[in-house]
Design a protein around this ligand. Structure first.
Ligand code: AR6
Length: 231
């Protein structure tokens, strides 16, 4: 089962103590020993209105496929609230498949404050981006660009101007970036998922044959991108 301490209140000091149980060693004493970790939001399931049950299957299956390639690195699905349906579904399905809960788990917190507020060390975070790779638009994209400041926009532009659905782009963060120096995040990986929202570009009109294929490609690109930062 996923350790209880992997899903905590991000803001309480007590929760910070609990988090240390998840890690093999205390990060405050031996920071460098904490395994390389990717924290990622559930791509496409909020603003892009993708079905969460289908998304949870894809997250668990692609994570299971990638874990053996990732050495001791960890994958952590993050969402803002304890009521998150996607976190509950993923946690339950990962547990049924007996996936190692020290290497793949869920975590409640703001992805831009995982270290400072949640006590979770992550080197890399994923962003549920828009095709223009622009700040704003709400959701996790707005939060990540806001927390990173102008450095992220400049570093993103140096790599790509646009993204097609199913693809990811790895962006290294300069050490001046607040996400880097305050949260320990060295890379942001922008991912564009499939869109089922008629008010957003490239709406798939409930075509889940295409949608599931694209979401699977999106997680595969994300995990491959993460792997490239680990190697
Ligand atoms: N920390 C952790 N998780 C979060 C945070 C946060 N700060 N904020 C949101 N989530 P969404 P999408 C969770 O809508 O569906 C934007 O406008 C949220 O609860 O951000 O892929 C972009 O510009 C949900 O589980 O992404 C795109 O146009 C997950 O992050 C569009 O939304 C993804 O929700 C992308 O839509």
């Amino acid at each position: 089962a996923v350790p209880a301490s992997s899903s905590i209140e991000a803001t309480t000091p007590k929760a910070h103590e609990n988090t240390e149980d998840v890690l093999p060693v205390s990060p405050s004493k031996l920071g460098s020993v904490v395994p390389t970790t990717l924290a990622f939001p559930s791509i496409s399931t909020a603003d892009f209105q993708f079905d969460i049950d289908k998304a949870s299957d894809i997250i668990v299956e692609t994570a299971e496929e990638f874990l053996p390639k990732l050495g001791s690195a960890r994958l952590v699905l993050v969402d803002l609230s304890h009521g998150s349906k996607i976190l509950s579904l993923v946690k339950a399905k990962a547990s049924l498949k007996n996936i190692d809960s020290a290497r793949f788990f869920t975590f409640v917190g703001d992805i831009t404050k995982l270290h400072s507020q949640g006590g979770l060390r992550c080197n890399v975070i994923a962003n549920a981006a828009n095709w223009r790779l622009k700040p704003g638009g709400g959701g996790v994209n707005a939060s990540i660009f806001k927390a990173a400041g102008p450095d992220l926009e400049a570093a993103t532009r140096a790599r790509a101007n646009t993204l097609v659905p199913g693809k990811a782009v790895v962006v290294p963060l300069p050490s001046t970036c607040p996400l880097h120096n305050a949260q320990g995040i060295t890379h942001v990986i922008h991912v564009l998922g499939p869109n089922m929202n008629p008010n957003r570009p490239d709406c798939l009109n409930n075509d889940y044959t295409k949608g599931c294929k694209i979401l699977r490609e999106a997680y595969t690109s994300l995990f491959e991108g993460f792997l490239s930062t680990v190697e």
